[in-house]
Design a protein around this ligand. Structure first.
Ligand SMILES: C[S@@+](CC[C@H](N)C(=O)[O-])C[C@H]1O[C@@H](n2cnc3c(N)ncnc32)[C@H](O)[C@@H]1O
Length: 370
């Protein structure tokens, strides 16, 4: 079995994860290590020195066998084509209803309220439209318009072919987040919310800065970026085998798609000079396969970054945010890892709880205050 198949199999082993009916998210704290296999998922997973060391060892192992030099440029050049192949193969299996969107990003769902008025949301790196469609389907706001863009033309076709796609209420088009300018389809400073879910990680780190320029230009003053992506030392990172490492923390999967694993300091560096960081959180979760006695440590980053109002500088948040799930009624983790996709696919896991990294905790001084 190839590495990716192997990984896929392992990922699928966690598919049966369900929160126990009597333990709400956020309350599933592992106190007694010997009880680890008594339920399927634990929140606020603590990392001990042994685990950190394991992660460093895995990275050192990967460094010994990076992607061969002569292949690196090809992977970068073919990035869009490889995403096209991905969507051609997976078609709209990629679509899933992410209940956690409502919990984690209520700001998005304020846009759909009847009285919200004229609102523009843009899902960047939209894939199958996992944000666009829930918004359109649930919207009671006749003045909401949802843009969805991706640099994979096949992804855009998948969106346009969705029966819920409605050109009077939304528009899907091809655009590279790292392009030299914002897309002609949208006016500068016209977006209320930009959605960046598992997309920045697909960009070459050299392109991040240009992506930031574009995001800034797209957003209205006072507008918000909602962000979720892979975190440093996520299980998916540590499992990469030989010849997958492109550069530090940046990998190519077996299908040619690329993925970076961020840490929260990088969020501060990337977003902090332009945007006010309202959330910069690390979600660490221990997922357990009780049958196979396998422990899987997942790490995601989640952020909210607001463009300052005209004339203001980006500032630190007014208070440290510790995020806990308000919606304990939801009860189960829905399909935490999409098994239809290759290794380290976007985790469709609700971030019901996390160890919150107090925004800017490792880089406060880098962010000018108001
Ligand atoms: C991991 S998928 C996530 C899709 C979607 N955001 C979701 O969470 O379901 C990454 C997506 O980003 C797109 N993408 C990668 N690089 C991009 C770029 N430079 N500009 C725009 N989209 C990009 C890919 O085509 C792919 O659809």
């Amino acid at each position: 079995m190839s590495t990716d198949q192997d990984n896929q199999k392992r990922e699928s082993s966690s598919r049966d994860v369900n929160a126990p009916a009597n333990a709400p998210f956020g309350g599933r704290i592992l106190v007694d290590e010997s009880a680890v296999f008594e339920q399927n998922a634990w929140d606020h997973a603590e990392w001990g020195e042994e685990q950190e060391q394991h992660a460093r060892n895995e990275i050192a192992r990967q460094n010994l066998n990076p992607v061969p030099e002569e292949l690196i440029a090809t992977y970068h050049e073919e990035a869009a084509e490889n995403w096209n192949k991905f969507y051609a193969k997976n078609e709209n299996k990629f679509f899933k209803d992410r209940h956690w969107l409502r919990i984690e990003f209520p700001e998005l769902f304020h846009m759909i309220e009847a009285e919200a008025g004229e609102k523009n949301v843009m899902e960047i790196g939209c894939g199958a439209g996992n944000t666009m469609f829930p918004l359109l389907i649930e919207s009671k706001n006749p003045k909401l318009f949802v843009y969805a863009c991706d640099f994979s033309s096949t992804a855009v076709e998948v969106v346009k072919n969705n029966p819920e796609y409605d050109p009077t209420r939304g528009k899907a088009f091809v655009w590279d987040l790292a392009a030299d300018d914002i897309p002609p389809e949208v006016e500068p400073e016209s977006m209320d919310v930009l959605v960046l879910i598992f997309v920045l990680s697909a960009l070459h780190p050299d392109r991040w800065e240009q992506a930031m320029n574009n995001l800034y230009k797209l957003l209205k003053p006072g507008g918000l970026i909602v962000f979720r992506d892979y975190g440093r030392y996520d299980m998916a990172q540590l499992r990469f085998k030989k010849n997958r490492l492109l550069s530090d923390n940046f990998y190519v999967r077996g299908d040619g798609t690329r993925v970076y694993f961020f840490d929260s300091d990088e969020m501060v560096k990337l977003f902090g000079s332009r945007f006010t960081i309202e959330q910069n959180a690390v979600d660490r979760r221990l997922i357990v396969n009780r049958l196979r006695k396998v422990k899987m440590y997942r790490v995601w980053l989640q952020g909210k970054f607001r463009k300052p109002l005209a004339g203001q500088l980006p500032g630190a948040p007014s208070a440290t945010t510790v995020i806990t799930n308000e919606d304990e009624a939801s009860g189960t983790i829905e399909g935490p890892i999409d098994t239809s996709l290759s290794l380290d696919t976007p985790a469709d896991t609700p971030t019901q709880t996390r160890v919150a990294t107090p925004a800017l905790d490792a880089g406060k001084d880098k962010v000018p205050s108001c």
